[in-house]
Design a protein around this ligand. Structure first.
Ligand SMILES: [Zn+2]
Length: 80
């Protein structure tokens, strides 16, 4: 089964929040805008859990809650 929600990424400063609703006995996820979203803006939700990778969160937000550990870039250790 394909779902358009696969295009929604994480951001610590997201523009949407997810709500879980039960509709006719089935759980559904509803996205609610928390900021103005313009055409071509990516839809972003705060997943609310720490990143699984050692390189920290890669959302790129100035308000990131899980920044990369010092000396590491998202792609790996910094080169001299
Ligand atoms: Zn982040």
């Amino acid at each position: 089964m394909d779902c358009l929600s696969k295009f929604i990424n994480h951001s610590c400063d997201s523009n949407c929040r997810a709500e879980i609703w039960t509709v006719l006995g089935r759980e559904r996820i509803r996205l609610v805008a928390t900021k103005t979203i313009c055409k071509d803006d990516p839809l972003e939700v705060d997943y609310r859990y720490p990143p699984l990778r050692d390189g920290g969160c890669q959302c790129g937000s100035d308000r990131c809650k899980y920044p990369s550990p010092k000396g590491l870039s998202p792609g790996g250790p910094n080169q001299p």
